[in-house]
Design a protein around this ligand. Structure first.
Ligand code: AMP
Length: 471
């Protein structure tokens, strides 16, 4: 997600910000702009480069007016609730009694279905299947509109993970849930304009300085007055920062929850080596690209073993249209990853990857290595076994589809056909995190859910809104 207010090239900055954060979602992309009076949006299925060409970008930029009153927000979608269909592409642009609003959401609400049912029973019509639309219905309903701060009142009804960027014709409002599940950072351009982005890598691309993160329970407003802040809820005493952001999701160049992602991953690799050293006679440490690279580097450094990129990804393969024959399926796997036979044949390898979810791609990769003549494969994974679904913004399959939910480590090793398999322990993982170990969400590994998805709690404790003005 991305947002910038008051900049004459707001739409273009949003476009760059989305490019920088393509890794966070590849299903759909979109930008909404404000000309100071009205909002316009262009959204579509696919990657940023597929949704925006020179013409569509120029059109959306002109819609925004190119004047000082212009704002833009953008979103790359990765679905965790609602299907990968065009009606769910964001930002969602709606008209309601208060005017127009565009909204972009990162996270996953656990009470969206309850809210939706309530609204549908009252006659509301929904035009998407995503959990984000319920937020706009809440905002539009009389109870919130009568409140002194309708947006804050709306947010207090939401349960689960939400980093949200709203745009109204005269401002952007960005917030994080009181647990702080998903990241959201504030940046400042040399021109003095403020920016918000899911990850700091987007700030770096547009040469904005990282000011600070949006705090859990906080709303920041970007408008002609600069940056203002208020709270819709107190931060939870025990936050739930998603540790999987550091394991897999975030960009290595980003600073997430106060910590650089690449360095955290390298540390995980070093810790993994200390917990489960390589057996004697290993020829080299090979990363599973791209996700295992940083941890493999840490593992290789700690072990003193050579690091060799024996598996090469083809960056130019997007979606492939293949016939469901085994030959074509095999070719599709080989198109995406090429093995350098000379580095693998007859060799004893340590392979490092960040995680195993369903186990299907890992199995295909291990088979490919065997077919290339690997003598021994010792697989090391830089997070613990994923045994529990995520209800807070990562697309982890239902429990039945998680390989580690139904199999112990030895059974997984046998299924993958590797000589040894070790995962990083939860203690080892948390030791690599800069923050207090109790302040991370580890539910996918431990089952320790902060909120019960079956029984969402009531409203948060409300403290009087405080207004601070920056800049
Ligand atoms: P699999 O063996 O099919 O479980 O795939 C494991 C690979 O998927 C690892 O290389 C991970 O980096 C990557 N991965 C991790 N989390 C996810 C996720 N939520 N969705 C898709 N792929 C993921």
């Amino acid at each position: 997600m991305f947002g910038v207010w008051g900049h004459p090239h707001a739409a273009r900055l949003a476009y760059l910000g989305l490019f920088a954060q393509q890794h966070r979602g590849q299903e759909s992309s979109g930008i909404a702009v404000s000309d100071g009076r009205r909002l316009y949006a262009h959204v579509g299925m696919g990657l940023v480069a597929e949704v925006f060409d020179a013409e569509t970008l120029e059109k959306i930029e002109l819609r925004g007016g190119g004047g000082p009153g212009q704002g833009a927000i953008g979103h790359n979608r990765y679905s965790t609730a609602g299907g990968s269909v065009s009606c769910n592409a964001q930002p969602l642009l709606e008209s309601y009694v208060g005017g127009q609003v565009a909204v972009a959401h990162n996270g996953n609400l656990i009470n969206a279905e309850v809210l939706r049912r309530k609204f549908e029973e009252a006659g509301h019509l929904f035009h998407t299947t995503s959990d984000t639309e319920a937020i706009v219905h809440l905002l539009a309903s009389p109870a919130q509109q009568k409140a002194p701060d309708p947006l804050a009142a709306t947010l207090r009804h939401l349960q689960g993970a939400f980093s949200l960027v709203f745009m109204f014709p005269d401002r952007i409002e960005a917030c994080r849930d009181p647990w702080g599940w998903r990241p959201l950072s504030i940046g400042r351009l040399a021109s003095g304009h403020y920016v918000v982005a899911s990850e700091t890598v987007a700030l770096a691309v547009i040469e904005a300085a990282h000011v600070r993160d949006v705090e859990p329970g906080e709303i920041v407003t970007l408008s002609e007055r600069g940056l203002e802040s208020r709270r819709f809820a107190e931060a939870q005493p025990r936050p739930a920062m998603c540790a999987f952001e550091h394991v897999y999701f975030a960009h290595p160049a980003s600073r997430v929850f106060g910590q650089n992602v690449e360095l955290a991953r390298e540390k995980m690799g070093e810790t993994l080596f200390r917990e489960s050293p390589a057996p004697a006679g290993i020829d080299c440490v090979v990363p599973m690209p791209d996700s295992g690279r940083s941890a493999a580097l840490g593992f290789a450094r700690a072990s003193g073993l050579p690091y060799r990129e024996a598996i090469v990804p083809n960056r130019y393969v997007g979606r492939t249209f293949i016939k469901p024959t085994q030959t074509e399926r095999n070719a599709a796997v080989r198109l995406k990853l090429n093995i350098i036979d000379e580095l693998v044949r007859g060799k004893r390898l340590v392979i490092v990857d960040d995680s195993i979810v369903r186990g299907t791609t890992t199995k295909a990769k291990m088979d490919q290595l065997r077919a290339a003549g690997a003598k021994e494969i010792h697989l090391r994974i830089s997070c613990p076994p994923i045994r529990h679904p995520c209800y807070f913004g990562v697309d982890f399959a239902e429990k039945s589809q998680l390989i580690a939910a139904g199999k112990d480590v030895e059974a997984i090793r046998a299924y993958l056909g590797v000589d040894s398999l070790h995962y990083l322990s939860i203690e080892g993982l948390l030791a690599c995190m800069k923050g207090d170990a109790a302040h991370y969400c580890t539910a996918c590994w431990t089952g320790d859910y902060r909120l019960d998805p079956e029984h969402p709690e009531g409203e948060y404790a409300i403290e009087p809104a405080q207004l601070k003005i920056f800049g």
